[in-house]
Design a protein around this ligand. Structure first.
Ligand SMILES: [Fe+2]
Length: 250
């Protein structure tokens, strides 16, 4: 399978390019509006066409490139079905595998960062790859203090849906703010400071409740924009164009 990890540096967001080697069917997981042109030229250079964009959740820190990519390339927009946005072409849910050509993406309902968050599991033939969205990050996890977040739900999602996967499963998060690219389930079980070493639910909730993070800078336009699959606001303050720090994450 063809696979590339792409970075949008302002919001430290990872976009994942996945293409079926048999059919050429191609998808982007969590594309970002600012890097739409880069992503499309890369896909063109590879001699491919973009068929799908797939979002893990309604992001609060950046705008998805889904709508713009559909306008430019005719790709279809896949979102978790429970978002119920009118711009969505394909609603994804846990019991229904999603086919990217001959590749199978298994949606995993993983609420906690948001109440509709889905991660996606792919078996590439030799290894499982987990696109963990903002539920599980490297040595961290997504915030649970806004936008329908709930620390108890996130703990259960991670333990029941992720930590039951094989230890060697590769973990590809939606963000990393320190230049790391990939982790494994074993690594997160061992050294994630919020969840590793069998941290209890109560310990996790206490950690998440005491993070004292500032109000996410972009949330007021990013959430409604992403409920429209990536609608850029008509007016936007200059401060929103500065790079995000990890405390602006969403
Ligand atoms: Fe998020």
């Amino acid at each position: 399978m063809l696979f590339q990890q792409l970075l949008e540096p302002e919001s430290s967001t990872y976009t994942y390019l996945i293409s079926c080697p048999d059919t050429g069917i191609t998808a982007l997981i969590d594309p970002v509006l600012e890097t739409v042109d880069r992503d499309l030229s890369l896909i063109q250079q590879l001699g491919l066409k973009l068929n799908y964009t797939i979002d893990t959740h309604v992001h609060a820190d950046h705008l998805t490139g889904a709508l713009r990519l559909r306008e430019l390339s005719g790709s279809r927009i896949a979102y978790p079905a429970m978002v119920e946005a009118v711009c969505v072409d394909i609603g994804l849910q846990e019991a229904e595998a999603f086919r990217i050509g001959n590749l199978t993406l298994q949606p995993l309902f993983t609420p906690g960062h948001t109440d509709h968050h889905h991660a996606y599991l792919l078996d590439n033939g030799t290894q499982k790859m987990l696109f963990s969205g903002d539920a599980l990050l490297i040595d961290a996890c997504g915030r649970t203090d806004f936008q329908s977040g709930d620390a108890r739900s996130l703990y259960r999602s991670i333990h029941e849906k992720f930590f039951t996967l094989p230890d060697e499963t590769l973990v590809y998060p939606c963000h990393d703010y320190e230049g790391r690219f990939v982790s494994t389930i074993a690594q997160e079980k061992t050294r994630n400071p919020r969840l590793g070493q069998n941290k209890s639910l109560e310990e996790f909730v206490a950690i998440m409740e005491n993070m004292d993070l500032p109000y996410p800078r972009n949330i007021d336009f990013a959430v409604p924009g992403n409920e429209g699959c990536g609608v850029y606001p008509e007016t936007i303050s200059e401060e929103f164009h500065k790079p995000l720090s990890k405390h602006d994450q969403g």
